[in-house]
Design a protein around this ligand. Structure first.
Ligand SMILES: *[C@@H]1O[C@H](CO)[C@@H](O)[C@H](O)[C@H]1NC(C)=O
Length: 191
């Protein structure tokens, strides 16, 4: 193998392991724009627009900790239902959850998040309110996965051809974690 070939194979491997993604599935005809807010020192992620019924995959930098919200076309840009993520975090695990703490009245944007390979474990609701999102900071609703590709559904699931029509009401048989884990605060506190 030529050196250049080896170098490109190595580069591809590094990219593959460094790249995280969130794929936004827009479940109804409304156009939405996702706005990302990183923790201090995190790389900025530009807003991304998703057309009605479209899916858009957004690359997320290695180790990125922050949140995002969705703004429906022609609506004011105010924080809404938050998707919160900490990629490649404690023990390399990716933590995620949906939080209504900042704006519990946004029932038009972020709905549910889950790893790309399966719909479980999930956080969030098809119809708010439900028991799978943060309403109070000391709730315990954060989910964890070894995957680095997440899905986030947006909008009204009853419009879409492919989502489950029923509201999910069953408990998910997977561990939940404190909100610290999705906020980058998992390092032991010093005295
Ligand atoms: C969006 O993703 C869903 C779930 O994977 C799929 O069923 C649907 O066909 C996709 N829509 C488009 C427009 O690609």
């Amino acid at each position: 193998m030529h050196f250049s070939k080896i170098a490109s194979v190595l580069a591809a491997a590094v990219l593959a392991s460094a790249e995280n993604t969130i794929t936004f599935l827009n479940q109804d005809p409304k156009t939405r724009t996702l706005h990302f807010t990183g923790n201090p020192y995190m790389e900025a992620i530009k807003p991304v627009t998703v057309q009605g019924f479209e899916n858009v995959t957004v690359g997320i930098p290695y180790g990125w900790v922050g949140n995002f919200f969705s703004v429906t076309e022609d609506k004011p840009v105010v924080p809404g239902m938050l998707g919160e993520v900490a990629f490649n975090a404690w023990a390399g695990i990716t933590f995620f959850d949906v939080s209504a703490i900042v704006n519990p009245h946004d029932h038009d944007g972020v709905k549910r998040m889950y790893p790309a390979s399966a719909e479980e474990p999930f956080s969030g609701c098809d119809l708010f309110p439900c028991n799978f999102a943060y309403y109070l900071p000391d709730d315990v609703q954060t989910r964890a996965t070894h995957e680095t590709d997440l899905i986030c559904t947006l909008g009204d699931h009853e419009f879409s051809e492919w989502t489950t029509k029923a509201k999910r009401t069953t408990e998910v048989d997977a561990p939940v974690f404190a909100r610290d884990f999705v906020q980058g605060k998992w390092t032991p506190k010093r005295n």
